[in-house]
Write a protein that binds this ligand. Structure first.
Ligand SMILES: [Fe+2]
Length: 283
């Protein structure tokens, strides 16, 4: 399988946009920046990287045959994305019913733009395989431990013997439904969103998440690559939990990577370093 991460926190922006070449599949095509982080607005360097990553996403949108939107937060979709899609592209999105009013409104905008451009789309409200078992959707799973922020949808991609699973923003695995979905797909490549450790105890992953991961490593025996990015890489102390996690992945012969390593780009964690970036600019 030929796949890569197009944008993510390790590449300098809020995103987890992912591309799979064999299916010309683009998952969650968007980038965003934290409007405020420790009282600071985005640094000029972040604005530059934002432009760069968005233009990479646009290049891929123009080639995309399949697009998936796993929920309707700004770092995962923009309502005007159909502007760059070819007429033969197909779009799948999480069923917005059950999401908050703001996400429902954004879903409606996206659906209207797709309809205007005559691009077919399907809403997904339950677990299913589509296009001859090449693509799998988990249906709604909680966004975070208790689902207080709504629901997201996991995306599974099958190419030959490889099974790539994109968890979207589960901030886990911390809920039985996260575990059920991951175990039922049993990925060989897992793109995982861990909890926002920067909002809890920086540098520290909750024990329940580590226990759940251990369980996954034991159960998914074909798993060889774990890509961790997004919420947990907004943590300035991320290297602490990273090395604890790496100790475990090594025991199971699983490669641990962030999006920048997958993309073959230098690690560029910017949001977590925002105060430092401003201090360096104005010493
Ligand atoms: Fe997100």
């Amino acid at each position: 399988m030929t796949w890569t991460v197009l944008a993510s926190e390790s590449l300098g922006v809020r995103s987890f946009a992912t591309w799979v070449e064999e299916q010309r599949l683009l998952i969650d095509p968007s980038v965003a920046l934290a409007p405020r982080r420790q009282k600071y607005p985005p640094h000029p360097l972040e604005l530059r990287v934002f432009q760069e990553r968005w233009s990479v996403i646009v290049q891929h949108l123009r080639r995309a045959r399949r697009v998936v939107v796993t929920h309707f937060h700004h770092d995962h979709q923009v309502p005007y994305l159909p502007l760059w899609l070819q007429q033969d592209a197909r779009v799948w999105m999480l069923d917005p019913r059950g999401l908050n009013a703001r996400q429902q409104r954004r879903a409606h905008w996206l659906q209207s733009t797709l309809t205007e451009r005559n691009i077919p789309y399907e809403v997904v409200d339950s677990p299913c395989w589509v296009v001859s078992r090449e693509l799998w959707f988990s249906g709604p799973v909680p966004h975070g431990r208790d689902g207080a922020q709504g629901q997201v949808m996991m995306v599974g991609v099958q190419v030959g013997e490889e099974r790539l699973l994109y968890t979207s923003d589960i901030q886990g695995p911390s809920h039985p439904r996260h575990m059920d979905a991951i175990l039922s797909f049993c990925p060989t490549i897992l793109l995982l969103d861990l909890p926002p450790t920067y909002l809890r105890i920086p540098g520290h992953l909750p024990g329940e998440v580590l226990v759940n991961l251990e369980h996954l490593f034991q159960a998914c025996t074909g798993l060889h690559t774990l890509v961790v990015d997004h919420h947990a890489l907004r943590d300035p102390a991320w290297q602490q939990w990273w090395s604890a996690l790496e100790t475990r992945t090594r025991q199971y012969d699983v490669r641990l990577l962030h999006g920048a390593a997958v993309a073959g780009k230098p690690l560029r964690i910017l949001e977590a370093k925002r105060p430092q970036l401003f201090r360096e600019q104005n010493p």
